[in-house]
Design a binder for this molecule. Structure first.
Ligand SMILES: NC(=O)c1ccc[n+]([C@@H]2O[C@H](COP(=O)([O-])OP(=O)(O)OC[C@H]3O[C@@H](n4cnc5c(N)ncnc54)[C@H](O)[C@@H]3O)[C@@H](O)[C@H]2O)c1
Length: 330
């Protein structure tokens, strides 16, 4: 079977999705849609697909679509996702949305509820954990190699001078970091956060968050839009009673350190994955695979439900800073 794909929003990231589908032997990119006519037309020509200027127009054309990528942006990089996603889901089309699922938690809830009601696969491009190194580390955790998990530390930072809204940094970047933390630690029960505005900035561009996971694991997130460059992108450390691992740059360097021995194990570029950019193809590839296998919606990796939980944690982080309290999510 070949999946007939549509990409909605063919800006920077929509073109990355389109490029992945174009190269995939089991996909046919049949439609591209963008509210800006020139962008839709250019993408249609590039990928030999049909151009549309709205989802409604695309749906009423009668074209068969088996799955769609939703790559709009908007306020806090998520404000435009709701309307076209709802239109696609109402039409019975499985959706792979870009992150954040939405910058508006009520709209995120509605999209997840509609997908559930319609029994549709709904995934989010939380691509940072779709790496051979993260998979290897997850196997170690599941096999008990680290013993009982005690601590999860995550640092994720980039250089982003955009001053669009006060909560842009936590809402737009940290779906990624918190998704990775949840991947290893499970659901989060409590959060407490401090924010700092970077030099000359009006937005909360630096954050420190403490977390208590439901399993009792304690976690910490460091985030910044005033970093990047030589600081790299991300470092994850998971510490257990018998060992710990450190994963640098999502896919590049993974080290396991047994607690009572100095004999550490390091893997560089596991699976041949060289840099973060390659996570798009691995995450979208998994989405394609799960659609071809027609898996149940609840089996989708990095699902809309997962992304909603992440966004709920983000709103609790904001509330913690605004109220000066620990926020309980349970
Ligand atoms: N997963 C990642 O690692 C990653 C990295 C960067 C960005 N992103 C996400 O990708 C998304 C897109 O970012 P971008 O930089 O490509 O934005 P962009 O502004 O370049 O592209 C968005 C496009 O969507 C179009 N659009 C808006 N509303 C539309 C609608 N209703 N129907 C059709 N088209 C519509 C716009 O005209 C624009 O061309 C954002 O949500 C962002 O957070 C994800």
């Amino acid at each position: 079977m070949t999946l007939r794909i549509a990409v909605v929003g063919v800006g920077r990231i929509g073109n990355v999705h389109a490029g992945v589908y174009e190269k995939h032997p089991e996909c046919e990119l049949v439609a591209v849609s963008d509210a800006i006519k020139d962008k839709a037309d250019a993408a249609a020509e590039r990928y030999n697909a049909r151009a549309f200027y709205s989802v409604q127009e695309m749906l009423s054309s009668g074209i068969r679509i088996d799955a769609a990528s939703m790559c709009t942006a908007g306020v806090e990089n998520g404000g435009d996702h709701y309307q076209p996603t709802m239109e696609l889901l109402r039409a019975g089309i499985p959706v792979l949305g870009e992150k954040p699922i939405s910058n508006n938690i009520d709209e995120a809830r509605e999209m997840v509820a509609l997908a559930r009601e319609k029994g549709l696969r709904y995934g989010i491009n939380l691509n940072h954990r779709f790496t051979p190194a993260a998979l290897r580390a997850k196997e170690w955790v599941d096999d008990g190699r680290l013993g009982e998990l005690n601590i999860i530390n995550m640092t994720m930072w980039i250089n982003n001078p955009n001053e669009s809204s006060p909560w842009f940094h936590i809402r737009a970047l940290h779906p990624h970091s918190i998704d990775v933390m949840r991947y290893f630690g499970g659901d989060v029960e409590k959060v407490q956060a401090f924010f700092k505005k970077g030099k000359g900035r009006n937005i909360w561009s630096n954050v420190q968050v403490n977390m208590l996971f439901e399993k009792g694991i304690i976690g910490h997130l460091t985030g910044s839009y005033d970093a990047g460059g030589s600081y790299g992108l991300e470092t994850l450390e998971v510490v257990g009673s018998d060992g710990r691992f450190v994963l640098r740059e999502a896919c590049e360097h993974l080290t396991f350190c047994p607690r009572f021995s100095r004999e550490s194990e390091t893997y560089d570029y596991l699976g041949g994955m060289m840099s973060f950019g390659e996570t798009f193809a691995s995450r979208i590839g998994r989405w394609i695979e799960q659609n071809l296998q027609e898996v149940a919606p609840e089996a989708i990796d990095a699902s809309g439900e997962d992304a909603l939980k992440v966004q709920t944690i983000i709103e609790a982080i904001i509330e913690s800073w605004e109220k000066g309290t620990v926020v309980d999510l349970s």
